[in-house]
Design a protein around this ligand. Sequence first.
Ligand SMILES: Cc1cc2nc3c(=O)[nH]c(=O)nc-3n(C[C@H](O)[C@H](O)[C@H](O)COP(=O)(O)OP(=O)(O)OC[C@H]3O[C@@H](n4cnc5c(N)ncnc54)[C@H](O)[C@@H]3O)c2cc1C
Length: 506
Amino acid sequence: MSSPYRASKSHDGHTYTRKDGLIGGLHTYAVIEPERKVRHSGDNNIWEAIVIGSGYAGLVAARDLVKAGKKTLLLEARDRIGGRTWSAEVEGTTYEMGGTWVSHVHARLFAEMQRYGLKDAVSMTRTENGGCSYFTIDTGSGSRKLSLQEAGEMTTRAWKIFINIDGNYGRDICPLPYSTLGNSRVPFEKVQAVDRLSCRDRIEQIKHQLTADELALIESLVPHCAGGSAENVGFLEMLRSQALQGYSPENFDDVWTCYKIRDGQSALARCIFDDAVRLGLEYSFKTPIKSIVNRDNKVSVTSTSGSTYHARRVVNTIPIAVLPTIQFDPPLSPLRQEAIRINQVDYLTKIHAEVEGDLRGLRGCTWPGDFLYIYGDGFCAGGKSTRITSFAGDNRGILDPLKNPERLETALQRFHPMNIKKVVFHDWVSDPYAKAGAAWYPANYLTKYLAELQSRHGNVLMASADWASGWRSFIEGAMEQGALAADTVLNEVGVLGANTESHPRL
Ligand SMILES: Cc1cc2nc3c(=O)[nH]c(=O)nc-3n(C[C@H](O)[C@H](O)[C@H](O)COP(=O)(O)OP(=O)(O)OC[C@H]3O[C@@H](n4cnc5c(N)ncnc54)[C@H](O)[C@@H]3O)c2cc1C
């Protein structure tokens, strides 16, 4: 079954070929046309809720609010929905530009796929026995090939040593991973002590137990997962992700890098958006917000073009790295401002390529280098070329894909000789509405700032995957936050359920 949507050209994303150079703008189902549907406006109009941002947090919040009959306006800076999760259609092939992989341990995400009939509309990144089915390891002592099983076993052994800080593979420090700050097994001070460690600190503790290759695998897996460096990624975040995947590194591939929505993430995002519009959602795209003023039980939101919209409650889903561009009145608390100033550390690069022939089984790790990990990712349309997905950590100041796109090709060749037809990517770091990747934090951050980031700012609910309780920095976390914020708004502006005598409170 092919997607019912028509792909239109977005401002976002790039292709690079030697012949045509860098070309901006990719086609996607995520572009919304026409860009504006606002029937209620004017200074006297007060929305029950305004949702800022149409990533998954904003989409779920907006859908839940209109479903409960609330007069809701969605404001989005881009020309498309999805935020840091969107898929592009390039000559018949779907490329995931940001958030990609899904899994059934992501319960809210699964529920959304199920609700919109997509629960079995899944494809796999991994192709058993696809062409070039081996793992290239190039970590300082020359390049060599391992079987996928050998590479998996080596990674698992090293990761278990890395993660086993409590002698119980994280079960004591992170017994219920949705509660980083609540722990019924050990005193909070023990969690704080682990939070003080960076991944580099932890590597220093255990490196004598690792071979040179194992050490390189850990040093490269940290930036692969978290987009930062071993120095600036907090170890507690790694421990939490280990807990979330069932305390077992064997689950990493299946949970993190295996299953995708067949028609692309933008197909699911469209289902949620279209559902909300059918239920009465009004919206304005290409509407960047510059200020949020919260006074007299009314929140006023002003765009960069000077339009102001008023609401009882605002659900703000703007990512942490972008928050410094927004003026809040009254100002955010000093603690939240400090957290935003320190910021997250994920500046990963994700690059796709279309390469000639069958490389569907390809896997590999190069470290150190421009790229860290590579995945053969199924055939492109037509079945004669392969889609390749590759990740770099924080390459700022080293490899800028917009300034040196030709260097992307050289980096890919280090994994395997390949005839590259085109490179496809979204540069999240230079994107003004993301400014970074998914959110990972440095040492000494979570125990100090997480609760503050999650707290509301007067009548502004702050909802983002960046500070989710569970799958923070995942699609699942965005959905958690959007649903929670919508629930809070509904509790406050009132839901007229059946058999209730309560009246809406504003
Ligand atoms: C390269 C990459 C790979 C990833 N891989 C995975 C994966 O495989 N699986 C997974 O589960 N997760 C993955 N993630 C994480 C996931 O994509 C994010 O956690 C999730 O999409 C964040 O959703 P959100 O709604 O909280 O934020 P966003 O999606 O960032 O939504 C925020 C919205 O606010 C808008 N906005 C920003 N500023 C303004 C403004 N001033 N005015 C109006 N609107 C504004 C933005 O345009 C955006 O649409 C990945 C992320 C990246 C970048």
